[in-house]
Design a protein around this ligand. Structure first.
Ligand code: SF4
Ligand code: SF4
Length: 371
């Protein structure tokens, strides 16, 4: 296995020639968890990874995953100084819940028994788990609201997890900027988890090392989009190189500027972007009539995507009105995304044509060039 050179500087470990990027359209996500399941079955079905969801989808507002990660610190402050961070515990990270499927489905008691989780380690009733508060949201009846927020590692350009590792186990790949965690170098002290403001690194209690999303780089190397992006039935995803000017992804981020990072105030320059929900269900007035005001308040979106979200939402609404009037709108056409392959420009190869996952499912790492 190739490692980053022991004495490499953090600048060298962050250096990369190009960068891949992702866009997720929150207007189209239906919370089906196909992306989470695709990732889970591909990468985290090993012992010690039961609680890990490198790709996860939570209801927003909600506790998120890991639970309350937004309040756990990490990242950088406005002066660029590292912000102290806390560690999520095993339960915050989802626990390893087991369900009584056998009793309900095969025990002949299906009409009396109901599905119930128990914690795998203790056998006790859990108090929290992944998607525990699913579809609860916020707002007062009859104007409640929520939306789904898919998250994974943001493969940050200025990755604080990389800075925090005292063993140089984390680096960005030269060819695509993907942030990888070298299992042979990791000592399991979790400084990276504290430093990551998105809490996208998980601790494996069996191997006693950290693990994280690898952006399916064995697939990416073969021109295949990551499993979570490829499998999304809602066509929420775009994937590709951030400097590919002919791609839909580039146009959305750099030309039309309608894709925003999550929590830009964390200061890490993330490479997964979101199209914010721009047309929420209209609120009811007290007399029951329908108003022209969306249920999701702008302040809620600003908390997530920063102050730029207001003008992005305005632009998206204007473009939608243009389309409704029958006028051309490249933004709406890109969002609709009729051509599947345009969404993954350069990474549109069918997984069935690639090397079998079993043959590439290893944590082999490509060398970090530091010369
Ligand atoms: Fe590192 Fe967290 Fe950024 Fe991923 S999201 S690169 S784990 S700081
Ligand atoms: Fe949302 Fe797509 Fe994931 Fe389904 S697969 S939860 S639609 S992002």
């Amino acid at each position: 296995m190739a490692h980053a050179p022991q004495g490499a500087s953090k600048e060298e470990l962050k250096r990369h020639k190009r960068h891949i990027a992702n866009i997720i359209d929150l207007n189209k996500c239906m919370g089906c968890q196909t992306c989470s399941a695709a990732c889970k079955s591909l990468w985290t079905s090993r012992e010690g990874t039961e609680h890990m969801r490198w790709m996860n989808v939570s209801t927003y507002p909600g506790a998120g995953y890991p639970r309350n990660y937004e309040q756990m610190g990490g990242g950088f402050d406005a002066e660029g100084e590292p912000t102290p961070g806390a560690l999520p515990n095993y339960v915050d990270s989802g626990d390893a819940l087991e369900f009584n499927h056998a009793e309900v489905l095969y025990g002949g008691t299906g009409d009396k028994a109901h599905l119930k989780p128990s914690a795998a380690l203790t056998g006790e009733d859990p108090e929290w788990g992944y998607n525990w508060d699913e579809d609860e949201g916020a707002g007062k009846w009859p104007n409640g609201y929520y939306f789904y927020l898919p998250r994974k590692c943001y493969h940050c350009t200025d990755a604080p997890c990389l800075d925090a590792c005292t063993h140089n186990a984390i680096y960005k790949r030269d060819e695509d900027g993907i942030v990888v965690l070298d299992q042979d170098r990791c000592h399991g002290d979790r400084l990276c988890v504290e430093a990551c403001p998105y809490k996208a690194i998980y601790y494996n209690p069996v191997t006693e090392k950290g693990e994280k999303c690898i952006m399916c780089y064995p697939r990416v190397e073969q021109g295949i989009a990551p499993a979570c992006d490829r499998q999304c039935p809602g066509r929420t995803r775009l994937f590709g190189y951030s400097d590919d000017e002919d791609s839909d992804l580039y146009k959305m981020i750099n030309v039309h500027k309608v894709a925003l990072p999550l929590h830009p105030e964390f200061g890490t320059d993330p490479n997964v972007f979101y199209i914010p929900p721009f047309e929420s269900t209209k609120a009811f007035a007290e007399d029951g009539s329908i108003t022209d005001v969306g249920r999701i308040e702008m302040s809620v979106l600003e908390e997530l995507f920063g102050p730029d979200v207001e003008q992005v939402v305005r632009k998206l609404r204007d473009e939608r009105e243009k389309k409704k009037r029958g006028e051309p709108s490249e933004i709406m056409d890109l969002l609709i995304g009729r051509n599947y392959w345009d969404r993954f420009k350069g990474f549109d190869k069918d997984p069935a044509e690639g090397q079998a996952d079993e043959q590439v499912i290893s944590f082999r790492l490509t060398p970090k060039q530091t010369a």
